[in-house]
Design a binder for this molecule. Structure first.
Ligand SMILES: C[S@@+](CC[C@H](N)C(=O)[O-])C[C@H]1O[C@@H](n2cnc3c(N)ncnc32)[C@H](O)[C@@H]1O
Length: 370
């Protein structure tokens, strides 16, 4: 008996035919499978639209969320020097994905596009989208990676090449998270904190503290080839004169003992594997003054992984493209922090989906007494 191709009650299984209503079986919809299959195409639709400059072109033409769309595919194709029917198919796909407004064959920006997909959007992810999945070739060899226990082309072979565009792309989001974190961390109440930002990228966390505390100073670390991103961003935010840039591997650079009030490990632990992450936490505790605080931001996997799909898939992205990277669980990190001599361990979510542990270095050595 042929199966129904549709997610509806099979005509061949209705009681009149089979006569056993209570054992009848309605097949599950194939929608979850299709969602995954079209995920590949959806990513490329968005990446192509960004590469072509679709969202910026609409913004330049005054397309604003909330006003009726005015631009036709033909007009946009002429401006972007693209084939009109092909561009129209792309625009319709974007509308279907909820990334553009389409009314009566005219296109405009919706709230999502204006905020996240235009270059000047308030929380622009335009430069993040193409680099966020990591090297695309590693995804098509994922089964090999799982067999071999290592990706064919790990980003560890040329980290600067990968991280440079990534940290440029994540900077705005991370700066928002770091700035909003002050509501829960109150670093702005500190007089002249000294900050150590390891694997700082564009140094969003250090910049947030330096902006909030005019007396603050920072040591900013990243790899050669990436640290100049922080040199540029700190200059743009007018805080570079209070920064010392310390390029090199965060596992081996020199760090003063008990020299800092705040140490930041922002999205560096999940690429390190358990032993690398624990080494970084140990370096942080050594660098902090008693009662100094560690800010450890990451995408933490929940006790039941299904509760934190974004973190699980971020962990998978790490596994697909790095030698040691995996998702790290919130419980694992809390345990490492407690074992290393941190107390008052809190998990905060300064903005949606951005989490950070805040932990205070104990005044007592671990296992010791005052
Ligand atoms: C995901 S980015 C996070 C950047 C920034 N901390 C943030 O929260 O936005 C990871 C950063 O760690 C840096 N990194 C990776 N391995 C490193 C190492 N061994 N030593 C120093 N920096 C490293 C990368 O260059 C990159 O800038």
């Amino acid at each position: 008996m042929a199966d129904s191709p549709y997610p509806e009650l099979k005509k061949s299984h209705v009681p009149e035919r089979v006569g056993r209503p209570w054992t009848d079986y309605k097949p599950p919809p194939s929608a979850p499978v299709w969602a995954v299959i079209s995920g590949f195409g959806s990513f490329h639709v968005l990446a192509a639209a960004l590469e072509l400059g679709v969202f910026d072109a609409l913004a330049d033409r005054g397309a604003t969320p909330g006003i009726p769309p005015t631009v036709t595919a033909e007009e946009l194709a002429e401006e972007l020097e693209a084939s009109s029917p092909h561009l129209e198919a792309l625009l319709d796909s974007l509308a279907v994905l909820g990334l553009l407004e389409r009314v009566g064959g005219r296109y405009g920006l919706n709230d999502t596009a204006a905020r996240y997909l235009t270059t000047d959007g308030a929380a622009s992810m335009a430069s993040l989208v193409p680099v966020a999945p990591g090297p695309l070739g590693n995804w098509s060899r994922l089964a090999d990676t799982i067999r071999a226990g290592q990706p064919a082309e790990p980003i560890d072979d040329d980290p600067a090449d990968f991280y440079r565009p990534l940290v440029e792309g994540t900077f705005t989001t991370m700066l928002r998270a770091a700035t909003r974190a002050d509501f829960q961390v109150r670093y702005s109440a500190l007089e002249s904190p000294r900050v150590l930002d390891l694997g700082a990228g564009g140094a969003p966390w250090a910049i947030a503290v330096l902006k909030a505390c005019p007396g603050a100073t920072a040591v900013i670390n990243d790899l050669d080839g990436v640290i100049d991103v922080a040199q540029r961003t700190t200059a743009e935010y007018g805080v570079a004169d209070r920064c010392e840039f310390r390029p090199g591997d965060f596992h081996t650079i020199e760090i003063e003992s008990e020299g800092y009030d705040i140490v930041v490990l922002g999205h560096v632990c999940r690429t390190e594997g358990p032993s690398g992450a624990q080494q970084l936490i140990a370096r942080a505790v050594d660098a902090l003054r008693p009662e100094g605080r560690l800010l450890l931001a990451d995408y933490f996997v929940a006790p039941e992984p299904q509760w934190s799909p974004h973190s699980v898939l971020m962990g998978m992205t790490m596994m697909a493209s790095t030698i040691n990277g995996f998702g790290i669980t919130a419980a694992q990190v809390a345990e490492w922090l407690a074992e290393t001599g941190f107390e008052a361990i809190r998990l905060i979510e300064p903005i949606g989906h951005q989490y950070a542990y805040v932990a205070t270095k104990s005044r007592r050595p671990p296992g010791g007494s005052l």
